[in-house]
Ligand binder design. Structure first.
Ligand code: NAD
Length: 530
């Protein structure tokens, strides 16, 4: 098995993109013949429709993945690694095009896609190629005295050699969300393929274009037919039959907590392995003795990066009383002068459209709720920005040249109750609440007062306090004087209702493999008779 000589020809104009399912190495229409609308959040206009697949398509795709498993799972690691490296190379060559489609499909600034989201996709396939080339670390142990039935009645001590063996786990289901579309797929697909599994991917129905583009890259990189299958469609019609399919052994899901719990129940009830990477309502805990310039600048990024549509965005900032007023004032001032909203292609744009009309409606419902509860709500856009034509009372923005798009202003909320739904529920948009706290115990209690536990930041220049408080926060990732500093070689995942597993590096690999324990009786050496 070698990497393919198929030349990669990608559509370069969105009008030439015709999304089809990718099953057994072929691009095929859905069995239903039906297609879903795909609207660009930047313009509100239809772009490329996508298959509205159902259980019939899923059955065909899982069957292809099952048939491809014996060969792929026994393909030598160096051959699999060569294909992964080719995927990495082809993604790298196409970063500008993939970024442009990601921005058009998801609403994010082009620069964000180019600089922050495509490079990890390139890296991940190379990283897992390296992991399997070096070999997965196995554990071994030799136990000199363990009882084993040497005869029926009389177990004798003997020497046993134990070794672990990581083996491919089978057909995987990969189900992904819309906020970082291609990267979310790559985080799962790279270890899945490296481990020797085959899979069916069900990307989100809101941002499917780059999943389709990836199918061309996989084909050109020499991924054998059937090893990766991509079925487009909705969660209930296409996703759920995939989760429940009897031949799917493991399910890797990233998305909302409610969906994750449903999937976890369905798959867990069938004895499947399930990784759930779910929602967050992440705190940013800022002490009096922090570097306030650093804390505010990073605090703004943590609130509004990708329009607040990152699971790790910090939507609850707790600031110690002594600097609370200053923090809010600096936050407002810095956001209003530096945070450029609007045209995703302008190189200085930090903030663009949210993903859909429905999502915009959800975000603005929370803004109205805060207003009804008597909170102070401020929209942090530049008042003199000539491109902003209108700001509605609930934060919707009309941007010149993007009048049909779904834009919501970066929103700062103060004077709100900790008990408010705005403080407790995941909004997943550009809405940040800032509240004061008195002392360490109160700050930690407020930060932990949530059903979620994905990420958190703590800000203090007192090293002892920083370590102590970081240890007291219940979250899968806790940053000290930082935010969103991630390493693909360190575990990533959530506590509480934010998830049940860890991804990245060897942790990602662990999920996609079965670990066997081999336990071997070592006979005492006998002299070789001459
Ligand atoms: P979602 O739960 O609505 O959908 C996620 C995926 O699940 C989509 O592909 C969808 O079609 C599918 N789906 C929906 N119902 C299904 C069902 N019954 N069976 C099978 N599949 C089903 O989430 P979303 O709105 O796309 O994404 C936003 C959420 O994702 C937020 O909560 C965010 O915090 C979370 N997220 C978490 C992480 C993380 O690493 N923890 C990363 C990114 C996003």
């Amino acid at each position: 098995m070698t990497t393919s000589d198929t030349k990669l020809v990608l559509p370069t104009r969105i009008d030439d993109v015709h999304v089809q399912n990718f099953i057994n190495g072929q691009w095929v229409p859905p069995s239903t013949g039906a297609y879903l609308k795909n609207v660009s959040p930047l313009t509100g206009k239809d772009i490329s429709p996508l298959p509205d697949s159902d259980s019939v398509d899923i059955d065909i795709a899982v069957s292809a993945a099952k048939d491809a498993f014996p060969k792929w799972s026994t393909t030598p690691a160096d051959k699999r690694a060569a294909i992964l490296l080719k995927i990495s190379e082809l993604i790298k060559e196409n970063i500008p095009l993939l970024s442009e489609f990601e921005s058009l499909d998801q609403g994010k600034p082009l620069r964000l896609a180019m600089m922050h989201e495509m490079p990890p996709c390139v890296y991940l396939f190379a990283q897992f190629a390296d992991i399997i080339t070096k070999g997965i670390a196995e554990t071994s142990q030799t136990t000199p005295f363990i009882h084993t039935p040497a005869s029926i009645m009389d177990p004798k001590p003997c020497k046993i050699e134990f070794t672990t063996q990581h083996v491919p786990a089978g057909v995987a289901a990969i189900i992904t969300p819309w906020n970082v579309p291609l990267e979310m797929i790559c985080i799962k697909l790279a270890p899945c393929l490296a481990a020797g599994n085959t899979c069916v991917i069900k990307p989100t129905e809101l941002t499917s274009i780059n999943a389709y583009m990836l199918t061309h890259i996989l084909k050109a990189a020499g991924v054998p037919d059937g090893v990766v299958n991509v079925v487009f469609g909705t969660g209930p019609r296409a996703g759920e039959p995939l989760v429940k399919h009897k031949d799917v052994r493991l399910v890797s899901f990233t998305g909302g907590t409610k969906t994750g719990f449903r999937i976890g129940g369905l798959a867990g009830g069938m004895g499947k392995r399930v990784a759930l990477e779910l929602g967050g309502k992440n705190p940013n805990l800022v002490f009096d003795d922090c570097d306030i310039d650093h804390a505010v600048a990073t605090g703004i990024r943590s609130a509004f990066h990708n329009q607040g549509e990152i699971c790790l965005c910090a939507s609850r900032h707790y600031v110690q009383q002594g600097i609370y007023a200053k923090y809010v004032e600096m936050f407002r001032e810095m956001a209003q002068t530096q945070l450029k909203v609007g045209d995703p292609k302008a190189p200085d744009t930090y903030f663009s459209a949210v993903v859909s009309q429905n999502h915009m409606d959800k975000i603005t419902r929370y803004i109205r709720l805060a207003q009804e509860e008597g909170a102070t709500v401020e929209f942090l856009v530049k008042r003199d920005d000539p491109k902003i034509k209108h700001i509605s009372s609930d934060g919707r923005l009309t941007i010149e040249g993007f009048e049909g798009g779904f834009f919501v202003a970066p929103t700062l909320i103060t004077n709100i109750s900790q008990k408010s739904r705005v403080m407790q529920e995941e909004i997943f948009g550009p809405v940040v609440c800032v509240l004061p706290f008195e002392d360490e115990d109160e700050g930690v209690a407020l930060a932990n007062d949530t059903e979620y536990g994905l990420g958190a930041s703590v800000w203090s220049l007192d090293k002892e306090k920083l370590d102590r408080v970081m240890g007291r926060i219940n979250a899968g990732t806790v940053w000290g004087n930082a935010w969103f500093a991630l390493s693909f070689s360190m575990p990533f995942g959530g506590m509480k209702n934010s998830g049940n597993m860890r991804e990245f590096g060897t942790w990602g690999m662990e999920f996609f493999t079965e670990t066997k324990t081999l336990s071997k009786h070592v006979y005492a050496e006998k002299p070789v008779s001459s």
